[in-house]
Design a protein around this ligand. Structure first.
Ligand SMILES: [Fe+2]
Ligand SMILES: [Fe+2]
Length: 267
């Protein structure tokens, strides 16, 4: 039998996957025939499978799923407003998906994960990466119709909503935050700017927190320079800061990048 907090966390994952499946299923139903319709249908089927995997995982650990109220995704629309078109739908979806991947990858890094949980996370993560990728490509394909800047602004709006909803989730379930069964990343609302930046760098580069030390050289943490470009873009969007070419020439280590973000965030 598993402890109470892990029981809750796995039930929460199951409920989130069900909400995702229902949301993407509705979209797959209303979309017109297109490549997006096809990918959305596959996406919907994946999320439904993930709910099944968590249900099976709970069962193999000798636990039954807890019935939970509104989960994460259900609160997005009230926080960010109803998406008005297909581009906005994809933008909000991308924010969901990034949050899910960040959460699952943090969970994978917690010590003493039961084998059943690790195997389930591994199985799901492959699909989740595809989810982010197809949506990213679909949004790039919409730049001519909606404009690159407008798409970026929309993503930013939904990212802000995501942060609000996340904060609320943490406040509601705060008693679970200190528990080792609940991934440490959930403490992020309690972190300062520098800690948050360090945590995000680790997540984006998919590196263990121990690797994200101040004097680590950024180019040694990645195997493609494109990932560095992606890192820099993501950080600017998430922390709502702007870097210039000259800044980037000065930055070669993790510590310098964190200081740059922190200095730009000050009023
Ligand atoms: Fe999923
Ligand atoms: Fe997903």
């Amino acid at each position: 039998m598993i402890d109470e907090n892990l029981h809750w966390v796995l039930s929460f994952y199951r409920s989130s996957e069900i909400s995702g499946a229902l949301f993407f299923g509705e979209l797959a139903r209303i979309l017109r025939p297109s490549a997006i319709q096809q990918d959305m249908t596959r996406h919907f089927a994946d999320e439904a499978n993930h709910a099944r995997y968590w249900t099976d995982c709970l069962q193999s650990l000798g636990a039954e799923p807890l019935k939970l109220g509104r989960v994460y995704q259900d609160q997005y629309v009230s926080a960010a407003g109803m998406p008005a078109n297909i581009m906005e739908i994809l933008a909000i979806t991308q924010v969901f998906e990034k949050r899910v991947v960040a959460q699952y990858s943090l969970h994978l890094k917690t010590p003493n994960i039961p084998t059943e949980v690790r195997e389930t996370l591994d199985k799901i993560m492959d699909d989740e990466h595809w989810h982010i990728q197809w949506i990213r490509e679909a949004l790039i394909g919409m730049q001519d119709d909606y404009g690159e800047d407008h798409i970026k602004e929309t993503q930013k709006r939904f990212m802000e909503a995501d942060r609000e909803v996340y904060k609320k989730t943490i406040l509601e379930h705060g008693q679970r935050v200190g528990d080792p069964g609940w991934p440490a990343g959930n403490r992020s609302v309690l972190m300062n700017n520098k800690e948050q930046a360090r945590k995000r760098i680790g997540e984006i580069l998919e590196q263990a927190p121990e690797a994200i030390v101040d004097d680590a050289v950024l180019t040694s943490l990645v195997n493609s320079s494109f990932l560095l470009v992606e890192l820099v873009i993501e950080l600017q969007e998430e922390f709502d800061v702007r870097f210039h070419q000259a800044d980037m020439n000065e930055v070669s280590t993790v510590g310098q990048l964190i200081d740059l973000i922190d200095s730009r965030m000050k009023p």
